[in-house]
Design a protein around this ligand. Structure first.
Ligand SMILES: Cc1ncc(COP(=O)(O)O)c(C=O)c1O
Length: 418
């Protein structure tokens, strides 16, 4: 008998199923109390309820059918994309796609960049060598896209402040470069790359610049509006040709929800895949997936309208206050921030302590501990679940540090798998 689960006989009622699911959850991380350093994002209970209710209002509707069957989804999706275009200073003619997440947004952007690159180079079809140039800190979604689309990844070292260094990227660009990438912010260090300078580099070399604002897109502008020194990253820089921005991270919308925007109508057309050969008729999608949840579109529309500028600015203010307190407390224990956070990702290290040992020790207190490998450090992408958890985190961090200093623990980088 193998360990494979047998196909169910059926007949279990909801009460039984719910009890089973809840029992299975017993071993899950206590994310509602801020113990997860990523995966879940929270503003407040009201925003959560608005998103949840809107999602279930459209639980069965399929956003694939928005043009023919579900015109309400079509209108809400249009408005969500319009909100993003305004937020990102997009010029007339720009447009976007509602996707299932950052990885899909990035894949769609890279496919579009490839098609634009090919359009400018007649004869360079399938089989031509291609590459994308990006800082060391860019997300593995680009590696995945490169595997699927068949191009090489060229990574350049970042500056001491954790941001992309345009001078290390410049020599990596050649005529086979389909895109240059900057992040807003990058996941490992939480800082926004110098998009203004990357934009100039993209323009002088004739390269497509993609900004991966999956983490910061729907939040960083409100930090900036509040007077924080969070840098701009959007279409105001003429070299920026596409932007990915996740609603299901700091837009506080239910998963799966992301957006990808294109400066030019011609690029939006390139993003759209058309198949017309089969017996059933023309099939047109700008997403990787076909069927997709109408609930995700409805929920994003509802959350954006619920929060609006005032709500997001308020969330940005509370996030910024929380991050400042974390940074002060972490530094007071003698750790060094790897970079000054632009948003609410913190990453810290130490020149003297074994950070992997500290991380491992911290994990024994019920925290799922995020880590960086270069340099060895502790990492957290924090939302407002993490505000009430701060005192417990800092106290457990201090205890863990004491134990490591006392020689009671040792750690390994391999302990973390995302
Ligand atoms: C900077 C960045 N880009 C892209 C992604 C991929 O997003 P998703 O997990 O929604 O596919 C992430 C995920 O954390 C990210 O941090």
């Amino acid at each position: 008998m193998s360990g494979r689960a047998a196909f169910p006989a059926g007949g279990r009622d909801w009460a039984d199923l719910q009890a089973d699911m809840r029992a299975r959850k017993a071993d899950d991380i206590d994310w509602k109390n801020g113990r997860a350093p990523l995966y879940v994002f929270h503003n407040d209970a009201e925003t959560y309820e608005v998103g949840r209710k809107a999602f279930f209002e459209y639980f069965s509707e399929n956003a694939l059918g928005r043009k023919r069957a579900f015109h309400s989804i079509q209108s809400m999706e249009r408005e969500v994309l319009d909100y993003g275009l305004s937020l990102f200073s997009a010029p007339e003619g720009a447009d976007g796609v509602f996707t299932s997440g950052g990885s899909e947004s990035i894949l769609v952007a890279m496919k579009t960049a490839r098609d634009a690159w090919r359009a400018a180079r007649p004869g360079r079809g399938p089989g031509s060598p291609m590459n994308i140039v990006m800082p060391d800190t860019a997300h593995p979604a680009f590696d995945k896209a490169s595997d699927l689309l068949g191009y090489e990844i060229r990574r350049g070292a970042v500056s001491d402040d954790g941001r992309a260094d345009p001078e290390t990227l410049r020599p990596l660009i050649d005529d086979n470069t389909i895109a240059l990438v900057g992040s807003a912010p990058c996941f490992p260090y939480g800082v926004i790359d110098p998009i203004d300078i990357l934009s100039d580099l993209a323009q002088t070399t004739g390269t497509w610049l993609h900004v991966d604002a999956c983490v910061g897109g729907w939040m960083a502008p409100f930090f900036t509006m509040n007077g924080r020194a969070t840098p701009h990253f959007d279409f105001r820089y003429a070299g920026v040709r596409s932007i990915s921005a996740d609603l299901h991270k700091f837009g506080f919308c239910p998963k799966p929800a992301s957006t990808v925007f294109f400066r030019d109508a011609a690029d939006m057309a390139r993003a759209t895949f058309v198949a017309d050969a089969w017996p059933s008729g023309r099939f047109e999608t700008s997403t990787l997936v076909g069927t997709r949840p109408g609930g995700a579109v409805a929920a994003a529309w509802a959350v954006l309208n619920h929060l609006g500028t005032a709500g997001y600015r308020d969330a940005a203010r509370r996030l910024a206050e929380m991050v400042d307190l974390y940074v002060a407390d972490v530094e007071a224990l003698g750790f060094r921030m790897i970079a000054r956070p632009d948003l609410s990702i913190i990453a810290f290290t130490s020149e003297t302590e074994d950070m992997f040992a500290v991380a491992k020790e911290l994990g024994t207190h019920g925290w799922l501990v995020g880590q960086t490998r270069r340099p060895p450090g502790i990492h957290a992408m924090m939302s407002l679940f993490h505000a009430p958890a701060r005192e417990a985190f800092i106290s457990n961090l201090a205890t863990s540090l004491d134990r490591v200093r006392g020689g009671g623990a040792a750690g390994r980088a391999a302990d973390v798998v995302y």
